[in-house]
Design a protein around this ligand. Structure first.
Ligand code: HEC
Ligand code: HEC
Length: 480
């Protein structure tokens, strides 16, 4: 990292001061020991926007933040804060697998096939346990939703798709009279009901019509929001925009009471976000032999014929090629104020790790992510004959409202499949080890597609899996 942070000397001075004896004393960067923060400095947002830092310097700093194994000198740990950023009542162990902190770095989980990617089931997160005072006795679904680690390759394009869709949906809905309507954006339909001028019911998206593409439940708006969440949740590293500068947290410079203030600057969060947004877009790993390539092609046709593409939409088109920070729909506590984090943009078809995003028509781009960014219910009714209910295992709603009399816990975003060939294990919990198992676990809205898949010739079923296996996170452009 090239920039240094003015508050670093202050932080060090604090760390070197004799610390009053507290229950957490052992977790403080102790006086006299040769320990220093893992981060050699912080990123200034002003240096990003003045152009003092190049795109490469910003994203290198972002990567450094993603792979840093934070220590207590950096401010790792949150003795007095929960993973959702509330004040903690009960005493918190330094690390705890369920409620977290449970890991040393983002890359500790997001590591396949390299930093920024997906993760093994051992990296699962017990989502919502972080909201509680430590859940130290159970990983049962009554207390948290176990979720498998996803990869961020291509996520810049995903965020921008959801932003364009949100503007489109909100504009359409705003102009419509009360009643039931179907809105269509990028070819994807969303049913809504308007009453008294406001949207009171919706399918596949919340009634605010903000498409939230992150978390498998579809509850987070932007990479930046997710990053500030994850830094506090997993590592006890507080983003100043979420804590120090946030009226809702009383502008408390040390909300988690670990003796370190301004743990992550606005510029740090921008850099980490931009690094994720510029990661190589997943590609295709095609077999060499002509015969095998034909089978893959056949698989792609069958994938369409049996109806998989009704949700796993092969390509969506972006009107703009640019990734633009910050996201205007960011919630409070995530920078969206352009006086604090001024707009920064890069062309996803020109800049980044590579493979770069594919150019589209008229300044647009093509996103081959195999999703509709919409929530669906893959649960058959318990009373259905031979019900398929593998994906109906969660007990906690995590912001997903009930719909059509069904519990919100049954709704998940159509999973992006562009990295499915090398992001095992599968399913939101990561408890499926093969692609075929994941396909057979589709019930509810996807039951007919699953049954048509099963009814097709064995060779065609195999071809579908062969096709899906070609969708992979491939090597960055500068590697072989
Ligand atoms: C303990 C493992 C773990 C660590 C550490 C971790 N993540 Fe994650 N990450 C996950 C899991 C699991 C998911 C999927 C969550 C879900 O679907 O509910 C995820 C999802 C994400 C997503 C959303 C991806 C999508 O497509 O929905 C982003 C962005 C992300 N993580 C960023 C980070 C950043 C930045 C850090 C470090 C500050 C980090 N993660 C640390 C496990 C981890
Ligand atoms: C009604 C929408 C819908 C249809 C139709 C559909 N899917 Fe899915 N698919 C989903 C959703 C939602 C998930 C996420 C399930 C979960 O983990 O909760 C998913 C997950 C998957 C996964 C797991 C990916 C991973 O990385 O975990 C695979 C593989 C998959 N689908 C393939 C298919 C195939 C093949 C078909 C056609 C036979 C199909 N899907 C039809 C919505 C659909």
């Amino acid at each position: 990292m090239t920039a240094t942070h003015p508050s670093i000397p202050v932080v060090l001075a604090l760390a070197l001061m004799p610390i009053a004896a507290t229950a957490h004393e052992i977790h403080t960067c102790a006086a006299g020991f040769p320990d220093a923060p893992v981060l050699s400095g912080h990123v200034h947002q002003t240096d990003i926007n003045s152009g003092a830092l190049s795109f490469k310097q910003i994203t290198d700093a972002g990567e450094a933040l993603f792979v840093a194994r934070f220590n207590t000198c950096d401010g790792q740990g949150r003795p007095s804060a929960t993973g959702t950023g509330d004040k903690r009542v009960a005493d918190e162990p330094a690390f705890i697998r369920t409620s977290a902190p449970e890991s040393n770095s983002c890359a500790g989980c997001h590591a396949q096939p390299r930093a920024g990617g997906a993760g093994d089931i051992v990296t699962s997160v017990f989502v919502l346990a972080q909201a509680a005072d430590p859940v130290n006795f159970s990983v049962a679904p009554e207390f948290s939703n176990e979720r498998n680690t996803l990869g961020m390759n291509g996520s810049g394009a995903i965020e921008m798709l959801s932003r364009e869709m949100t503007v489109d949906l909100q504009t359409q809905a705003g102009a419509l009279p009360d009643g039931a309507h179907t809105l269509t954006t990028k070819g994807i339909n969303f049913e809504i009901t308007k009453l008294g001028g406001v949207v009171t019911a919706s399918r596949g998206v919340d009634t605010d019509l903000v498409v939230k593409p992150f978390h498998q439940a579809g509850v987070v708006i932007s990479l930046r929001e997710f990053t500030a969440n994850a830094m506090n949740h997993h590592h006890g590293m507080q983003a100043e925009e979420r804590f120090d500068m946030n009226p809702a947290k009383g502008f408390d410079p040390d909300f988690d009471e670990d003796g370190v203030a301004r743990e992550l600057t606005v510029g740090d969060i921008t850099a980490n976000t931009l690094w994720q947004a510029q990661l190589g877009v997943p590609g295709r790993a095609m077999p060499k032999s002509q015969e095998e390539r034909e089978r893959v092609q056949r698989g792609e046709e069958v994938f369409d014929d049996v109806g998989c593409t009704s949700c796993h939409v092969p390509k969506l088109e972006l009107q703009s090629r640019f990734f633009v920070e910050p996201n205007p729909f960011n919630p409070p506590g995530t920078c969206s104020d352009i006086t604090v984090c001024p707009e920064y943009r890069f062309d996803m078809t020109k800049q980044g790790e590579g493979p770069l995003l594919e150019k589209g028509k008229k300044g647009g781009a093509i996103v081959r992510a195999y999703t509709d960014l919409k929530r669906h219910n893959l649960c058959d009714e318990v009373t259905d004959p031979d019900p398929v209910r593998h994906f109906c295992n969660e007990h906690l709603a995590q912001g997903r409202p009930d719909q059509d009399g069904k519990p919100g816990t049954e709704f998940f975003l159509t999973r992006k499949l562009w990295d499915v060939g090398n992001s095992a294990p599968y399913g939101h919990r990561g408890d499926l080890t093969t692609i075929a198992e994941a396909i057979l676990a589709h019930g509810g809205e996807a039951r007919s597609a699953r049954d048509l898949f099963l009814a097709s010739a064995a060779q065609d079923q195999i071809a579908v899996v062969k096709f899906l296996k070609t969708l992979q996170v491939v090597a960055p452009d500068d590697e072989d």
